[in-house]
Design a protein around this ligand. Structure first.
Ligand SMILES: Nc1ncnc2c1ncn2[C@@H]1O[C@H](COP(=O)(O)OP(=O)(O)OP(=O)(O)O)[C@@H](O)[C@H]1O
Ligand SMILES: [Mg+2]
Length: 271
């Protein structure tokens, strides 16, 4: 019953599901450029920072990066629980690298060091992606740059990519974090979306599940863009609610009236 709107619009699956494949992600030129720049940075064994407001698509950019980096040349380690203390953080890194459990920071560096040397012999570059990095504890941040020193700081031990909300950039600029910040040579921010981005995004996601024409009127689109701002997560949620509501009313497309009703009940639920 709840998925009836799909058959009403002739869609083969939930257009805005999170389970979209890495190769099917929406890649407008701006995101394409970002993924290419990150890929180049990883090939150069450099480290990077990626920031953006909630829901703008940071984690999806990482997924596109994962798709772009060939497993034969890169060992990707993804850490999404940055809230843990320093010890657990190191443990996570070791487990993800497939190393034996180590208890002290000293042991960790020795273990990671020799592991990275082994990988280098096989021409494999480790990439450590820390998502939600604005949540990292200060004592973890204090030590993170040491991972980027290798062979007397001539070569990085691995590529580090820190991903988080814009306040991560502010935090890294603090004097205390300058050793780490200065080693993040590539700094990217996902900016705000313009209305054309929102319509392009909707069209791409709907086309992927079989839509052959626009399902949102121009008016409805601009309202949706204004309400969701740059959060694609909000766009997903509002667009899904609008499609359901339009289907219930047997409408062929989502128009202004349907969207205002959705936004009205949204603002009542989240005043
Ligand atoms: N390139 C994309 N292609 C398809 N869908 C996307 C893309 N980027 C974002 N989305 C959609 O928007 C949702 C939110 O994106 P994502 O989780 O990447 O945001 P985020 O910036 O990591 O947010 P947060 O800061 O809350 O972690 C995704 O679940 C997905 O549905
Ligand atoms: Mg995310």
């Amino acid at each position: 019953m709840s998925l009836d709107y799909l058959s009403h619009f002739g869609l083969s699956a939930d257009p805005f599901g999170k389970d979209i494949g890495d190769a099917e992600l929406w890649m407008p030129p701006s995101k394409h450029f970002l993924v290419e720049s990150l890929t180049d940075a990883m090939h150069a064994r450099a480290s990077a920072l990626l920031t953006g407001e909630p829901g703008v698509g940071k984690t999806c950019v990482l997924r596109a990066l994962r798709h772009a980096l060939t497993p034969a040349n890169f060992r990707l380690v993804y850490c999404q629980n940055a809230t843990v203390g320093r010890r657990d953080f190191y443990r996570h890194l070791c487990i993800a690298l497939g190393l034996a459990k180590v208890t002290t920071a000293g042991d960790l560096f020795l273990a990671v060091n020799s592991h990275v040397e082994d990988l280098a012999k096989e021409r494999v570059c480790p990439v450590f992606l820390v998502d939600e990095a604005h949540l990292l504890h200060q004592d973890t941040l204090d030590h993170l740059h040491i991972l980027l020193n290798y062979q007397w700081d001539q070569k990085p031990l691995l590529s580090l990519v820190l991903i988080g909300l814009p306040e991560l950039d502010d935090r890294l600029r603090l004097r205390r974090n300058r050793s780490l910040y200065s080693r993040l040579h590539h700094r990217f921010a996902i900016g705000t979306l313009v209305p054309d981005d929102t319509s392009d995004y909707l069209r791409a996601r709907l086309a992927r599940v079989g839509a052959t024409k626009d399902l949102f009127s121009v008016d409805a689109l601009s309202m949706l863009h204004e309400a969701a701002g740059s959060s694609l997560r909000d766009t997903d949620r509002i667009a899904t609610a609008a499609l359901r509501s339009a289907a219930l009313r047997k409408k062929k497309i989502v128009e202004r009236d349907v969207l205002s009703r959705i936004l009205q009940s949204d603002s009542e639920a989240h005043p």
